[in-house]
Design a protein around this ligand. Structure first.
Ligand SMILES: NC(=O)c1ccc[n+]([C@@H]2O[C@H](COP(=O)([O-])OP(=O)(O)OC[C@H]3O[C@@H](n4cnc5c(N)ncnc54)[C@H](OP(=O)(O)O)[C@@H]3O)[C@@H](O)[C@H]2O)c1
Length: 255
């Protein structure tokens, strides 16, 4: 019997966005806490790099799929349950970001962002929490949102509207799934040093990067800051927490 409430031993955890940044670190952290993982991403080479970083690649499985291909995702979940058994937890980490003035936010761009950041994750969640696919004793689903889902910033309407949608959806999903003891929570990070933030417009010159950094009283975050919060929300240590949005932002929203 494992007495550590933070342990993920004997849990099957699915992680999207596992080929890079925060999702990759979630894989390393969850594996370190004893979970068996299914790693989702599009780029199979980088997914396999993550697999090797877990230290016990033989335990885990990779699924290379575009989350916008909804039917393929459905088949992938069925196949996972056949191969690995029922799911205990899911981290929806895959996402895209941009900085764009409002007058450049076209319907096409909104559609693309919503399909990737919102519909992709909620469609996967819907498949995963089906009665035949999820653990009978319940479990935990985590969505990686953003402080931009709560606060505003120049050029962030497009990204913010998708991240705010996730925070809103989490609350209702939490209420609906509570009767099966499936908890649903969001994590909202501030700026974390990953390929996404390194490619952002504010990383292109020192002055902008210093400004963004100064908005975080504890400095910019590292992937493990978010991954450790995700481990907590997946573990039994958080068994009475559902429908929340855990802010992990180095003090960004405290200002
Ligand atoms: N970094 C930050 O400052 C920050 C702050 C707040 C919130 N977040 C959120 O945290 C999450 C992870 O961000 P990150 O910084 O780790 O970004 P990242 O390094 O760019 O990684 C993004 C991940 O999303 C996957 N992805 C994107 N579109 C996909 C699609 N259509 N289907 C399947 N997978 C897809 C990518 O897969 P492939 O590479 O295989 O295509 C990649 O694994 C995102 O949701 C982001 O919005 C990040």
């Amino acid at each position: 019997m494992n007495l550590n409430p933070f342990s993920l031993q004997n849990k099957l955890i699915l992680i999207t966005g596992a080929s890079s940044g925060i999702g990759r670190q979630c894989a390393v952290a969850c594996s370190g806490m004893g979970a068996t993982l299914v790693l989702f991403g599009r780029n199979s080479e980088r997914l396999n790099e993550t697999l090797n970083l877990t230290g016990n690649p033989g335990n885990h499985m990779v699924v290379s799929v575009d989350l916008m291909e909804y039917d393929t995702v459905k088949d992938a979940v069925k196949n996972i349950v056949i191969q690995k058994g029922r799911v205990d937890g899911l981290i929806n980490c895959a996402g895209i970001s941009t900085t764009l003035p409002l007058n450049a936010v076209s319907p096409d761009k909104m559609e693309h962002f919503f399909r990737t950041n919102v519909i992709g994750g909620i469609n996967l969640t819907n498949q995963v929490v089906r009665i035949s696919n999820f653990s009978e004793i319940g479990g935990s689903v985590v969505f990686i949102s953003s402080v931009m889902g709560v606060a505003g910033e120049n050029g962030k309407s497009l990204y913010s509207m998708t991240k705010g949608a996730l925070i809103a959806a989490v609350r209702s999903m939490a209420i609906e799934l509570a009767k099966r003891n499936i908890r649903v929570n969001a994590i909202s990070p501030g700026v974390v040093e990953t390929p996404m933030s390194k490619n952002a417009i504010y990383s292109r010159d020192e002055e902008s990067l210093n400004r963004i950094t100064s908005l975080h009283p504890l400095g910019l975050g590292q992937p493990e800051d978010v991954a450790n919060a995700a481990v907590y929300l997946l573990s039994d240590a958080s068994k009475w927490i559902t429908g929340t949005n855990l802010i992990v932002d180095g003090g960004y929203l405290a200002r």
